[in-house]
Design a protein around this ligand. Structure first.
Ligand SMILES: Cc1cc2nc3c(=O)[nH]c(=O)nc-3n(C[C@H](O)[C@H](O)[C@H](O)COP(=O)(O)OP(=O)(O)OC[C@H]3O[C@@H](n4cnc5c(N)ncnc54)[C@H](O)[C@@H]3O)c2cc1C
Length: 190
């Protein structure tokens, strides 16, 4: 192959590669659709927040939910669920590392929470209410308190913190496999 042919061939390969990626974007390793099952073409029809993608090879219709913007409220509810569940599972006698980690987590949240106004406000809340995580109950009470500070600033009702254990339980997990304490001695020794 002479140099001109070589350049032409390389260009052809590149163009083919781009075309393939545009029509079938690469999937992550967790994507359950193998290349064999990818649609040759896709037709989408909106029905509420769901759309249908047709797989002509299999004469099947598979419902695929497309991303839509998450509201500040949804994000807030999910984040509080994560935080209160973390507090419910926090060890009664945390290691120094666990204590440090939870403080760092809150500091990171106050910098990276994907709602700038909320993150800035939470930074102020944290500086007025430093994290207390000497035990499970101390951490869950502290979290309940700071959640109430946010509630108040939004004109919401204050939650009775003596009921926090009734509202937020541990993650449903067989044989306490999700417990921080039992599950990782390595972590405990750090
Ligand atoms: C760190 C952080 C900062 C935020 N800052 C802002 C902000 O500045 N501006 C803004 O508009 N939104 C903010 N949000 C979102 C806001 O707090 C709410 O999540 C959102 O308004 C939805 O409120 P909600 O009424 O559904 O209940 P949420 O406040 O999301 O609470 C979820 C559930 O937790 C329970 N709960 C309520 N209070 C407590 C408590 N004190 N202790 C334990 N459980 C409780 C209730 O059962 C409630 O249904 C923030 C969220 C987070 C996580």
């Amino acid at each position: 192959m002479n140099p001109i042919q070589l350049i032409f061939k390389t260009y052809q390969n590149l163009a083919q590669c781009i075309q393939t990626h545009v029509s079938h974007p690469p999937s992550s390793s967790t994507d359950s659709l193998s290349n064999h099952h990818r649609p040759l073409f896709s037709s989408t029809t909106s029905s509420g927040d769901q759309s249908l993608i047709e797989f002509p090879q299999e004469k099947n219709l598979i419902k695929v939910q497309f991303a839509k913007p998450v509201s500040k409220e949804e994000l807030g509810r999910s984040t509080w669920t994560f935080l209160h569940t973390l507090a419910a599972q926090f060890p009664d006698r945390p290691t120094r590392q666990q204590n440090k980690d939870v403080k760092e987590l809150m500091a990171i949240l106050s910098r990276l929470y994907p709602c700038k106004e909320c993150a800035d406000h939470f930074k102020e809340v944290l500086s007025a209410n430093p994290v207390q995580a000497g035990s499970q109950s101390e951490f869950s009470q502290w979290l309940c308190h700071v959640h109430n500070v946010v509630n108040r600033s939004l004109g919401k009702l204050v939650f009775p913190c003596q009921r926090v254990d009734a509202r937020w339980g541990k993650l449903e997990c067989r044989e306490r496999a999700c417990d921080l304490e039992g599950s990782s001695t390595e972590y405990r020794n750090r």
